[in-house]
Design a protein around this ligand. Structure first.
Ligand SMILES: [Zn+2]
Length: 255
């Protein structure tokens, strides 16, 4: 089945080139040599020819492979955390819902281009979670692996795994650290403890080091949050995120 995806366009390119009488003498219009099958079952050449056909086949294979890698990453996340983590209320959230706040959308766009995340804060009911889900949904729609978690729920799940059920705590923390886009909803609402502070710092710091996009929502000010989850985690977040206060008036870097 996968052989078809790879060879079909190749034959097309080949026939175009054959008509032009410019068939590559190195690969005779095949585009490469020594076929192999990778872990995803995709047939590919071990060696691609340097001609345009070979290079375009190589790009096609690499694109398909990275798509499969993203799918398997998402499948692993779904396995560890269960599917449909997005609250039902926001299932259909998109950035279009914020069309009346162009300034806010511009801030989001800038953060996506230039920063490693969004720090959304404000009193309950100001649309933080709605906005966070809209940002995540856009990424999920184009196949980028992503995860929405309510922080107290995530920590409870990780703790549960210490009792020996299902995936290991380490696996879950690693997935949270590595997923391309992560929403940490309601940060600061969890019961504070040294263990919680350690886990949160590890997650935030690893994501920072690996340039992963992180969206945080919280009802707390930075000062209040620092008291709950620790100063260093908050400074790391502020360092990597664009800070947006949602209260109807959007301000940057409000402290
Ligand atoms: Zn060639």
């Amino acid at each position: 089945m996968n052989l078809m995806t790879i060879t079909e366009p190749a034959q097309k390119s080949y026939s175009i080139r054959a008509d032009d009488q410019t068939t590559c003498l190195d690969c005779h219009g095949y585009g490469g040599a020594w076929t192999d099958v990778d872990d995803f079952g995709l047939v590919h050449f071990k060696q691609y020819c340097s001609c345009p056909l070979g290079q375009s086949l190589k790009l096609m294979y690499e694109a398909e492979k990275s798509k499969r890698e993203e799918q398997s990453k998402q499948a692993e996340i779904d396995r560890l955390f269960g599917v449909a983590k997005i609250p039902q209320l926001f299932e259909k959230a998109t950035l279009a819902d914020f069309a009346k706040q162009p300034q806010l959308l511009a801030q989001v766009e800038r953060a996506e281009k230039c920063r490693q995340g969004l720090f959304l804060w404000g009193v309950p009911g100001t649309g933080k979670t709605h906005l966070a889900v809209a940002v995540l949904s856009e990424k999920l729609d184009v196949g980028t692996p992503g995860l929405f978690i309510e922080v107290p729920d995530m920590l409870a799940r990780i703790r549960e795994t210490f009792n020996g059920n299902g995936a290991s705590a380490e696996q879950m923390i690693r997935a949270v650290c590595e997923v391309d886009v992560l929403v940490l909803d309601d940060l600061g609402a969890e019961k504070p403890s040294e263990w919680v502070k350690e886990q949160l710092f590890r997650i935030v710091n690893t994501r920072y080091s690996n340039c992963r996009f992180t969206v945080v929502t919280t009802n707390l000010t930075q000062k209040e949050l620092a008291l709950r989850i620790g100063e260093r985690t908050v400074s790391r977040l502020i360092g990597m995120c664009d800070v947006i206060q949602l209260d109807g008036v959007d301000r940057r870097k409000t402290r």
